[in-house]
Design a protein around this ligand. Sequence first.
Ligand code: 5AD
Ligand code: SF4
Length: 469
Amino acid sequence: MNTPNYKEARKRTKNEVEIREFRIDKSLVELGLNKKFFLKTYGCQMNEHDSENIKGMLRLMNFQETFNINEADFILLNTCSIRENAHNKAFGMLGRIKHLKESKKNLIVALCGCMAQEEGVVSLIKKKYKFVNFVFGTHNLDDLPQLLKNSFEDKKQNINVLSIEGDIIENIPVKRDNQYKAYVNIIYGCDKFCTYCIVPYTRGKQRSRRREDIINEVNNLVKNGYQEVTLLGQNVNAYGKDLYDDYDLANLLIDVAKTNIPRIRFITSHPWDFTDNLVDVIKKYDNIVNFVHLPVQSGSSRILKLMGRRYTKESYLELFDKLKSIPGISITTDIIVGFPGETEEDFRETLDLVEYCKFDSAFTFIYSPRENTPASLLEDNVTLEEKEQRLYKLNDLINKYSKEANDRMLNKIYKVLVEGESSKEGMLFGYTETNKLVNFKGNLDLIGKIVSVRINDAKSFSLDGEIVE
Ligand code: 5AD
Ligand code: SF4
């Protein structure tokens, strides 16, 4: 049994990162014959992509996916720890599964992902959720096949979570959810240690994939007709720093652009590592989308310091203005309200910053104390009522600017990657480079293609348009 350990998870050394190839023992590939799995994913794109790897492994083992939980022989929850409500959802689901298991004794239940890396969660599972067969973490995704086999043979609870800096595992099988858009990991982990954030403890140290592995993956996607790739990392702007002397995200983007994949996105950017060269590269290459997600978290330099963000309101705005010099750019952000000690004045500064930046959209959150993080030791002196009022006010402003950004698109023509049929009959839907949802009339054979659409109606969260030749 290996249980999580925060002291180990916090360690950062200069030790070289091991790169392993995924291997599976032949004896495991028939384990899933005539068996079905149900996988529920919580959290960010990293987790969604891990789930695509999980599905790839399960498919290799001949399991079939089901979306009906009652039919499943194996249920797996891929969990998120970023805020308390992500926890609540996963524990709520475990409650449902407990009832299922009472009537279906052979059902195998497992939990993985970020929550598995938390000391508190694992000790609760050991005490109160004994029906969970096994738990594995973010560092040993590739142990799934063996752990699954063990639990079919032995019903004892098995906790196998590693609190290490982390390796890189190449060539885990993947079953992608989308035929046209793909996620590609470029960097794992995080060394920023923002004081509110649990990710550096759940995902290990910052470690970049080799550039040739990334380019090979993108070349294969191009061969298979993919139109868009999203380069993924907790902090993509740190790409290369741990691996190369003179090769960073800007260099990688140039090499990915040369594969001629029509669209390249990258998330998420930390303002700290955003170089001028990177701004120029985004400007220069047509297939690097004019879209940057640039979390600000707060508009108050005092709160940013308490958050350990390493930039001030002024330096954020300086970067923001540079990015705004890129024609047609869309910038989105993340904002936390109610961080410990946040005063009305601090919050006012956040609203002022939003008024200045007029973000195309934003994810907004109420601060949620996370186990073991430095901020969780600060006195949480903002009442829930105040936090909710601030969130409400902030969302009002964000929605106003989202609608204005959509209105500015009226009567203009945009490239849209068509993804499928919309819920309205005869209509298709797709996304612009700047990730705006567009509905329009068109034939099914356009699905998977990039078409030009003139926008003729702007709503708060979507646009309507018509195809132009
Ligand atoms: N409480 C609230 N929001 C958080 N985020 C990260 N940690 C917390 C927390 N403890 C938000 C940040 C981050 C996004 C992914 O989640 O805004 O950018
Ligand atoms: Fe993703 Fe962070 Fe949630 Fe983990 S904790 S799933 S890395 S958002």
